[in-house]
Design a protein around this ligand. Structure first.
Ligand code: SF4
Length: 412
């Protein structure tokens, strides 16, 4: 399998299924979501059926690729029944063979299969059945163990429910848990964060994702900030919190392998999410899902496809042209160069000059001389490593990763 793929393409595909429903919408949330206090069997069945139609119609774009990862994201995918999740996993297993298999087996995949879960009573009761349905990794949206902060963030759950969900996950046999933590929430102090980190580490997760709270303009929090009714965290305090997290997690045996992600070892890094940062193929299905089409197969720099963010619009596309649910954006060579640099810099390994040169025909300095020089002078970038010309972010650069990305994007 995959003999035709070049060195930049691992010949595999990750499959992402977006299940957009949430009990209620958090006021800072900018994802493609639908409020569904009661999901209802009819609505769930219709969504699953549409996903199956889209999978069948779009799998040929990724023909011959080995299945590398499967990810159920949302929304709150764990609102779906284990039966629905199993049906979807089986369909993906029937569409793509795993590496080493001669043909798609039609069984539940054995590769990393992640389900995002929110702490709630309904969901923890279902965890053993999700395990039996083939889920082998959970990403749990704990966000904080501090009820005051959870309330301020508008979250539906409270800390005792998060603790019960974590206990239930281990009891159900999940040995690959990722916990999400939000920091720099309104009014949060470094003492609050220290207590959150202490408790987080007591649960001994295999993986941790940490996100600074952002105020996106189209959200209730963003509008409240613009109207002066809310304050965001002070920039210096947010930077100190980032360093506090990094120091505490590193001291506890976690490695930061990507700006927002830490794992105990290489084997517990998120296989699926690494596909995005390493610019590998991903088939995204469902409302608002994004696909990354491969860099081979006639598209030298690949393409992206974004599905409509409105449920009715996505359903309409499923009815009319399920093979083309989202519009294709072909990446230009210049756009790809910028993307290759800043996605590599998000990762601890940084940018390999040799790899970049092999793909684009010149070293990073050939295309970004002025930007690289300026950012080294400012102390944002470090040059050198395994090979002269390799680039990675400095401690300061990691705090300013969005600014670094903006500089490379502006330069293309
Ligand atoms: S639970 Fe997650 S996906 Fe759902 S509204 Fe809240 S932040 Fe958004």
């Amino acid at each position: 399998m995959a003999e035709d793929f070049d060195v930049f393409d691992d010949g595999a595909v990750g499959v992402y299924l977006h299940l957009p429903f949430c009990e209620r919408i958090c006021p800072y949330c900018d994802f493609a979501v639908v409020a569904a206090p009661e999901l209802g069997a009819g609505r769930e069945a219709r969504y699953v059926s549409n996903l199956l139609t889209e999978l069948k119609a779009r799998r040929s774009d990724f023909e011959g690729r080995a299945l590398a990862s499967l990810y159920f994201g949302g929304g709150t995918p764990s609102l779906f029944t284990p039966q629905s999740i199993r049906e979807l996993a089986l369909a993906v297993g029937a569409a793509f063979a795993e590496r080493g298999d001669d043909a798609a087996g039609g069984r539940v995949p054995e590769i990393e299969t992640t389900l995002e879960v929110n702490p709630s009573t309904i969901e923890w009761a279902r965890l053993p059945d999700f395990r039996a349905a083939g889920i082998n990794r959970l990403s749990i949206g704990v966000q904080s163990f501090n009820d005051t902060l959870l309330k301020r963030l508008g979250r539906a759950h409270r800390a005792p429910i998060a603790r019960e969900t974590l206990c239930a996950a281990r009891a159900a046999g999940f040995d690959n848990l990722s916990i999400d933590l939000i920091f720099a929430a309104p009014g949060e102090s470094q003492g609050d964060l220290a207590r959150d980190l202490d408790e987080l580490l007591e649960w001994e997760p295999e993986h941790i994702s940490t996100y600074e709270l952002t105020f996106e303009p189209e959200t209730p929090f963003g509008r409240a900030l613009a109207a002066g009714k809310m304050n965001s965290c002070d920039e210096d305090l947010a930077a100190d919190m980032t360093l506090q997290i990094e120091g505490r997690l590193k001291a506890s045996g976690f490695g930061r392998y990507e700006i927002s992600n830490y794992s105990r070892g290489e084997e517990t890094r998120s296989q699926h999410n690494q596909r995005y940062w390493q610019r590998q193929a991903v088939l995204g299905l469902g409302m608002g899902a994004h696909s990354a089409e491969a860099r081979s197969a006639g598209l030298p720099h690949g393409a992206r496809r974004a599905n409509p963010r409105r449920l009715g619009e996505w359903e309409e596309r499923i009815r009319t042209d399920p093979a083309r649910t989202g519009d294709e954006e072909r990446l230009s060579v210049a756009g790809s160069r910028g993307e290759a640099v800043f996605l590599a810099l998000r990762q601890a390994e940084g940018l390999s000059a040799l790899r970049f040169e092999a793909e684009f025909g010149g070293s990073p300095r050939v295309f970004f001389e002025a930007e690289i020089e300026a950012m080294i002078r400012r102390g944002w970038l470090i040059e050198g490593g395994r090979v002269a010309g390799d680039l990675r972010l400095s401690d300061l650069g990691r705090l300013l990763a969005d600014d670094v990305a903006a500089e490379f994007v502006a330069a293309v």
